[in-house]
Design a protein. Structure first.
Length: 196
C-alpha cells in the first residue's frame, strides 16, 4: 500500500491521574470511639456520667474482675474518694497485677488500686486526672512494679475533674475525704465484649 501523504498521528504521552494525598491512620483511636472488641461501661455518679472503654485485649484479668463487680452491683452506693480503705466493702480475692501490659497511667486512664503487695488489687480502681508516670511499671520490685491500667475515659472527663476538685477534709488518719460524698449511683455495661 502506498502512503497518501498523510502524516502519522503523533503519539501523545499518557498522563497518569494526579496523585491522591495519602491519608495516614490516626495515631490513636479518637476519644469517643472504643476499639472493636473492648467493652464499654457507664458510671452514673451524683456529679454526672462517665463512660469508660475497658482494654480487654491488654488487661483481660483486670477487665474481667471489674465486670464481675459491675454484674454483682458492687459499686452502686459506694463513694469516690482519694484515700484507700475508706468504708471498703468485702471483696473477692486479689487478682494478678497486669502493670506489665505496657499501658501508662496517663490522664484519663483507668487503673486498679492496690496496697504495697503486688497482687493486692481487688475492687478499687482510680481514674488518673494527670499523667502519673511514677505509677507506671518500671521494674519488678514492689516500688517499681506499677499499677495496672485497664481502661480509659471515653466521655465524662469533665465529671472526673469535678469529682477531683471537690472540697475534702481529714477523717481520723485519712486525708482527702470528700466533705460532700460523691456517690456512684449505677454502673452498667453499655457495650459488652464479644463472646469468643
Amino acid at each position: 500500500m502506498a502512503a497518501e501523504g498523510r502524516q502519522a498521528p503523533s503519539a501523545r504521552p499518557v498522563q497518569a491521574p494526579p496523585p491522591r494525598p495519602v491519608q495516614a491512620p490516626p495515631l490513636q483511636v479518637p476519644a469517643d470511639s472504643p476499639a472493636p472488641g473492648n467493652p464499654v461501661v457507664a458510671i452514673t455518679s451524683s456529679l454526672g456520667e462517665i463512660t469508660l472503654e475497658l482494654y480487654k485485649d491488654r488487661a483481660p484479668v483486670s477487665v474481667d474482675n471489674f465486670l464481675r463487680y459491675v454484674a454483682e452491683g458492687f459499686y452502686e452506693g459506694t463513694i469516690f474518694h482519694r484515700t484507700p480503705d475508706l468504708s471498703e466493702k468485702p471483696a473477692h480475692p486479689p487478682i494478678q497485677n497486669e502493670a506489665t501490659n505496657g499501658l501508662r497511667n496517663a490522664r484519663g486512664t483507668l487503673a486498679m488500686a492496690r496496697r504495697m503487695a503486688l497482687r493486692s488489687a481487688t475492687s478499687q480502681f482510680y481514674i488518673n486526672v494527670a499523667d502519673n508516670r511514677m505509677l507506671d511499671h518500671t521494674g519488678f520490685s514492689p516500688d517499681a512494679f506499677g499499677y495496672a491500667v485497664f481502661g480509659r475515659v471515653l466521655t465524662g472527663m469533665d465529671v472526673v475533674d469535678r469529682i477531683a476538685s471537690v472540697s475534702t477534709k481529714t477523717v481520723g488518719e485519712m486525708d482527702d475525704v470528700p466533705v460532700e460524698p460523691v456517690i456512684i449511683k449505677r454502673v452498667r455495661v453499655v457495650k459488652p465484649a464479644p463472646v469468643p
